[in-house]
Design a protein around this ligand. Structure first.
Ligand code: HEC
Length: 121
């Protein structure tokens, strides 16, 4: 599958290729309109719920989110990374490659820190 960078010029979630790669591998399967899972992982309950996952957060629609909604989503992403709830455990048992390594979590946290504005919204 060709890797294409999410429309970096107009408001994709990130222009950083490393971050993009991590999100694409571990999150886009359920949180984008383009993601596909390996057949065995597609059997996990969380993947079956991917419709609701995309309602909660859809990276494909990122550029249509307003600034406030983007901030809310970034904070929500940060907490799922910090508490380890995403990608869901019942999915990563089936697709180990989606698991986030500590280095990847750190990279995501560092990126989120640059994206989340600390001031009041
Ligand atoms: C196997 C499918 C799947 C993958 C992979 C996945 N998610 Fe989710 N995600 C879900 C589902 C399903 C929901 C809705 C869950 C709910 O409402 O309980 C969700 C909800 C969320 C939410 C909304 C907040 C919340 O806790 O309900 C955020 C933020 C999120 N995911 C971030 C991520 C990030 C970041 C990644 C990658 C590191 C990721 N997800 C990978 C299935 C997935």
């Amino acid at each position: 599958m060709p890797t294409k960078l999410a429309n970096s010029s107009h408001g994709g979630v990130t222009t950083d290729p490393r971050i993009h790669q991590i999100l694409e591998r571990s999150c886009y399967t359920c949180h984008s309109t383009t993601g596909t899972a390996p057949w065995y992982a597609a059997l996990s309950p969380a993947y079956m719920a991917a419709g609701s996952a995309r309602q909660a957060l859809n990276f494909s629609d990122w550029s249509t989110y307003d600034a406030h909604h983007q901030q809310t989503q970034l904070k929500s992403i940060e907490s799922t990374i910090n508490n380890g709830s995403m990608p869901p455990g019942n999915y990563t048992v089936l697709d180990h490659s989606a698991r986030l390594s500590n280095a990847e979590k750190q990279a995501l946290r560092a990126w989120l820190a640059t994206q989340i504005s600390s001031g009041p919204q």
